[in-house]
Design a protein around this ligand. Structure first.
Ligand code: NDP
Length: 495
C-alpha cells in the first residue's frame, strides 16, 4: 500500500495529533483504497478544542480586534482559497468522489463568501432608541455569541463549512469545526490557509473523528454557545435535543425530498436538463436534490422518455477526469442505503425505467458506483417518494393540474428546495407563493449564491445560511440603558 498522507488537526494555533495518537483512514471512493489518515479524536480532544476557542473569544487579540480588521482577515483567507483552489478541489474529489469539475467550480466561487461576509463585518450596527421615558439614553449593540461548533457532512465539506465559517467569524465568534470522518481532509488542509492568513491562535480549531464519539461533548459542553449543523434529520434532531439541555443557539440544515415540477407549458428540453441536474449531479448526494420529478399528465410520457434517454448517456468514471459526468457515491454505507432503496421502490410497485443497481463496467469495479436510476409511476405515498435517499434515484410522479401539483409538492415532512418549469408568468409566481420550501427555482435548478438566504421549512431545518440575514444567526442583541437624571426614582416600581 502506498504511503498515506497524514492530515493533522489545529488547536490553539498548533498542528496536532489526537491525545490518544490514534488515526483513522480516509478512503478514496473511486479506488476503494485508503489514501490519507486523520486523527481519531475523543472527548478530551474535543474539550481541548472548545477550551482553546473559548480562550480566544474571551482573551487575546481576537477579543479586542476591530471589526474592520476581522473583515480584512476574512478577505485574506478568501484570496488564499482562490490561490489554492485547484489543490483543495483535488483533495476533496479524492476524499468524497465528487467530480473535480464541480469541485473546481465550487472552490473558485467559495472566496466570494469570505469577501461578502468580510465586507459585512464592520457593518454590524446597533441603534439609538427614541426611548419613551425621560432622562434615559438607550441604545442596542449586536454582539457575537461565543464559541460556535460547526458540524459538517461528507457531501460538500468545504462549501457547507464556508457557509458557517464566514458569517460566524465576521460576527466575531470563535469556532470548533467537526467535519465528517469520511471527508475531513480538505477541512484540515484549509487550516494551513487559516494560519497563513494570520488568524490569531484558537479562533478556528478542528477536531476529527466519529460523530457518535464526539457529538455529545461538542454539543453539550457548557462553553459552547451555538451549534451550526448540516446533515441528516435524525442526527439533526439529536443535536437539537443535546443543545436544548443548555439552551444553546442552533442552526440546522437538514434533508429534503424536493419537488421539481414540470408543467405542460414548459420548454420541455430545458426541464429535462433541470431534472437531470436536480438529481444526478453529485450522484444525488445533495440536500437540495430534486428527487421527486412531478410531471403534468399530458407530457408525462414525453418527459419520462427524454429524462431516461439523457440519463442513459451519462458517463460514469474517474471523478478527476473532465469527461466524467457521474462519480462514485461517497461512502460504502451510503451505497448500501441507496441500493436498499431500489429494492424498496420495486417492492412498492414503482416501475424501474433506468438503472436499478451497480454498473457492470469492470473499470468501475473498485469504486463505489451506483447506476443513475429512474422509477416511473411513483405515487407520493411510497417510501421512495417520502424518505431522503441521498443518491442518484429519481422518482417520477404524474399530476393533473396546478392544484394537484401544489398538493403533492407540499405533501412531505421536508421543505428545503423546489423547482418549477413553466412558460406562464402567472403560474411561476403563484407556485413560488404556494410551495412550502425555503428555495423555489423557476426554470432553473441548483443555483446558490453568497447573497441568497438558504435554509429549510418544516423538518428541513432552522435558520438561514448565506445572505445578509445569515450574520444575525451568529449575533445577539444587547440593550443598554444610561440614566441621565440625578438620583434614582421610586425603587419599588418599574421604571
Ligand atoms: P449525519 O447527519 O450522521 O452526519 C453529519 C455530521 O454529523 C457528520 O460530521 C457526523 O459525523 C456528525 N454526527 C454524527 N452523529 C453525531 C452526533 N450524535 N452528534 C453530533 N454530530 C454527529 O450524516 P450521515 O453521514 O450519517 O448520513 C446519513 C444520512 O443523512 C444520509 O444518508 C443523508 O440522507 C443525510 N445527509 C444529509 C445531508 C444534507 O446536506 N442534508 C448531508 C449528509 C447526510 P460522522 O460522519 O463522523 O459520524
Amino acid at each position: 500500500m502506498a504511503d498515506l498522507v497524514r492530515f493533522k488537526n489545529t488547536v490553539d494555533g498548533q498542528s496536532c495529533e489526537s491525545v490518544s495518537s490514534r488515526w483513522l483512514a480516509s478512503v478514496n471512493p473511486y479506488t476503494g483504497e485508503a489514501w490519507a489518515e486523520i486523527p481519531h479524536c475523543d472527548a478530551d480532544d474535543a474539550s481541548a478544542a472548545i477550551e482553546s476557542a473559548h480562550r480566544a473569544f474571551t482573551k487575546g487579540p481576537w477579543a479586542t480586534m476591530t471589526a474592520t480588521n476581522r473583515g480584512k482577515l476574512l478577505r485574506r483567507l478568501g484570496d488564499l482559497i482562490a490561490r489554492d483552489a485547484e489543490k483543495l478541489a483535488a483533495i476533496e474529489t479524492r476524499d468524497n468522489g465528487k467530480l473535480y469539475a464541480e469541485m473546481h467550480g465550487q472552490l473558485r466561487y467559495m472566496p466570494e463568501w469570505f469577501y461578502y461576509f468580510g465586507g459585512l463585518a464592520d457593518k454590524i450596527e446597533g441603534g439609538v432608541l427614541p426611548i419613551d421615558k425621560p432622562n434615559l439614553f438607550t441604545y442596542t449593540k449586536k454582539e457575537p455569541l461565543g464559541v460556535v461548533v460547526a458540524i459538517t457532512p461528507w457531501n460538500s465539506p468545504l462549501l457547507l463549512l464556508t457557509w458557517k465559517l464566514a458569517p460566524a467569524l465576521a460576527a466575531g465568534n470563535t469556532i470548533v469545526i467537526k467535519p465528517s470522518e469520511f471527508t475531513s481532509c480538505s477541512t484540515l488542509a484549509l487550516m494551513e490557509l487559516v494560519k497563513e492568513a494570520g488568524f490569531p491562535d484558537g479562533v478556528i480549531n478542528t477536531v476529527t473523528g466519529y460523530g457518535h464519539e464526539l457529538g455529545s461533548t461538542l454539543v453539550e459542553h457548557p462553553m459552547v454557545a451555538k451549534v451550526a449543523f448540516t446533515g441528516g434529520d435524525a442526527t439533526g434532531a439529536a443535536v437539537y435535543a443535546g443543545a436544548a439541555k443548555h439552551i444553546k443557539h442552533v442552526t440546522l440544515e437538514l434533508g429534503g425530498k424536493s419537488p421539481n415540477i414540470v408543467f405542460a407549458d414548459a420548454n420541455i428540453d430545458d426541464a429535462v436538463k433541470g431534472a437531470i441536474s436536480g438529481i444526478f449531479a453529485a450522484s444525488g448526494q445533495t440536500c437540495i436534490a430534486g428527487s421527486r420529478l412531478l410531471v403534468q399528465r399530458s407530457v408525462y410520457e414525453e418527459v419520462s422518455q427524454k429524462v431516461v434517454a439523457f440519463a442513459k448517456s451519462a458517463r460514469l468514471g474517474n471523478p478527476m477526469e473532465e469527461t466524467t459526468q457521474v462519480g462514485p457515491v461517497t461512502t460504502l454505507p451510503q451505497r448500501k442505503k441507496i441500493l436498499d432503496y431500489m429494492d424498496v421502490a420495486r417492492g412498492e410497485g414503482a416501475r424501474c425505467l433506468l438503472g436499478g443497481g451497480t454498473p457492470d463496467d469492470p473499470e468501475l469495479a473498485k469504486g463505489w458506483f451506483v447506476e443513475p436510476t429512474i422509477f416511473g409511476d411513483v405515487s407520493n405515498s411510497m417510501r421512495i417518494a417520502r424518505e431522503e435517499v441521498f443518491g442518484p434515484i429519481l422518482s417520477i410522479i404524474p399530476f393533473e393540474d396546478d392544484e394537484e401539483a401544489v398538493e403533492i409538492a407540499n405533501d412531505t415532512i421536508y421543505g428545503l428546495a423546489s423547482g418549477v418549469w413553466t412558460s406562464n408568468i402567472r403560474r411561476a409566481f403563484t407556485m413560488a407563493d404556494r410551495i412550502r420550501a425555503g428555495t423555489v427555482w423557476v426554470n432553473t435548478y441548483r443555483a446558490v449564491s453568497f447573497m441568497a438566504p438558504f435554509g429549510g421549512y418544516k423538518m428541513s431545518g432552522i435558520g438561514r445560511e448565506s445572505g445578509q440575514a445569515a450574520i444575525d444567526e451568529y449575533l445577539q442583541t444587547k440593550s443598554v440603558w444610561i440614566n441621565l437624571a440625578e438620583g434614582v426614582a421610586n425603587p419599588f416600581v418599574l421604571r
